[in-house]
Each structure stands twice: as structure tokens, then as C-alpha cells.
Design a binder for this molecule. Sequence first.
Ligand code: GLN
Length: 283
Amino acid sequence: MFQQKVTRLRFLKYFLTALGTAVILSACDNSGTNTGSSSKDNSQTATAGKTIKVATEPTFPPFEFKGTGNEIVGFDIDLIKAVGKAAGMTVEFQNLPFDGMIPALQANTVDAAVSAMTITPERAQTISFSRPYFKAGLAIAVRQDNTTIANLDSLKGKKIAAQIGTTGAKKAKSISDAQVREFDSAPLALQELANGNVDAVINDAPVTLEAIKSGNIKGLKVVGQLITEEYYGIALPKNSPNLNAINTALAKIISDGTYAQIYKKWFNAEPPQLPETAPASTS
Ligand code: GLN
């Protein structure tokens, strides 16, 4: 199996630039004005008024991406703002490459990461996850004219592109004789496929489908069934003091309809039922 880490230098450059350009957004519309009226929220007093620095990698539409005014938007962004509001916390965003997030959480340079991150047992050894907030899975994408790749089996010995540090890259590397090329972002991996340089991409299905639907990447299709079932969680440093407040806030926005509203806004559908803990992961 041969692997190639593409553009590590670019990654470093991006990492350093991102560090210098933290985007600050307030998730708490009326912080300071309602502190006296939230007596019902005693469980959250430990975190109320706190600012949390949240890492995200905004090249993953529709979860996190740059809007027309260069602001960060997406399902995850609305979700964490709603969580912050419910917990009485202000959210400040910081752009980080996806494979820099777990190290940043371990070093405590950020308080959380919301970046379509799949809850896996392996990651849960070094960081903590909130309860699942989104049900997803990996899909195989090929060029529209491809008639030979239909499932995982037919990827044996093929050239596969994926985003570095992701469950998609891990899955690709598990395929026998596959040549895996890893890219800093999902759009770069998909573009490599569109350009004819690899045979397939393994990536989160909602993101690949959105790239095709929006016309951002042309000439691709998704084949076969989802190859995994995955759940996204808000990632936190191991045993973070904010874990309880975030889980309480997530439960609140799921039960009061805010979650369904955000889901409908981005996916135009009713959300599926979410488990309280992620089932044993396939990755
Ligand atoms: N869900 C995938 C993972 O956790 C990809 C996440 C991403 O690229 N933002 O590995």
C-alpha cells in the first residue's frame, strides 16, 4: 500500500495563517442582559457567561464553510451557536485544519471542535465527545462515466483520494492494494477525482452529495450504499469541565425543536432520531 501526504507545506502555512485569523462571533444574543432572569438554568451556572474557543475547518459544506461575506456558516455553526446560547456561553471560532484539531484539543489551545467529527473509539481515547448530534456515513464517489466501481470490493488496487486525518482516509487505507492520496480538504480530494488523477474518493456522504448538487465539483456521482454509519459529536479536551453543560444544552435544543429547525434549514428534511450515545463505530 502506498500513501502520499500531499501538500504538507501548504498545511503548515494554512495552520499558521488560521492561527492568526481566528474569527470571533457571538453566539449569545443577549449576554449580559438576561443573567438575572435565568434562575431556572441552575445547572449551567458553572459555565454561564464563559467564552469558549471552538475549532472548525470551514471547507466542508454544508456543515462548515465560508459564506459570501467570508463569514463561517453551516449546520455545525448554527448548531454550536444554539448550544452556546442554551448554555449561556459565548462561542468564538478558530479555523484549523481537520488533522490539527485533536492535537489542539489535547494541548488545550481550543475548548472544543465542531467540524463534522465522527465519534470513534480510537479518538475517544484521547479526547471527549458530546452525545451524537448528527447521523452520517461514508460514500464512494467516482466520475460519472465510471461503470466498474460499485462498492468497497471494486476499490481493491485502485487509486483513492481522501481528506487527511478523516474516517474516509482510514477506510481507504484498509482496502487491499489501494493507493491512497490524502489531501488537506475534501474539495481538493474531489477535484483530484474530477481531474482524472484518482479512481474514487471516500468522504462523508452529505458533503460529497452537496458538492455534486451545488455544482462546485463537476462530473462526479456517488455509487452504492453508504459504507459506514457514523455519528458526529462536539469534540472536547479529555474530561473537559464544559462537557456536562454542552450535553445538557444539546439535549435542550433537541427537545425544544431548535435542532429540528436547524436540520430543516440545511437538509430540507426532518431529522432522524439520534441515539444518546454513538453505537460501536465501524471505523
Ligand atoms: N467525519 C469525518 C471524520 O470525522 C470527516 C470530518 C471532516 O473532514 N471535517 O473523520
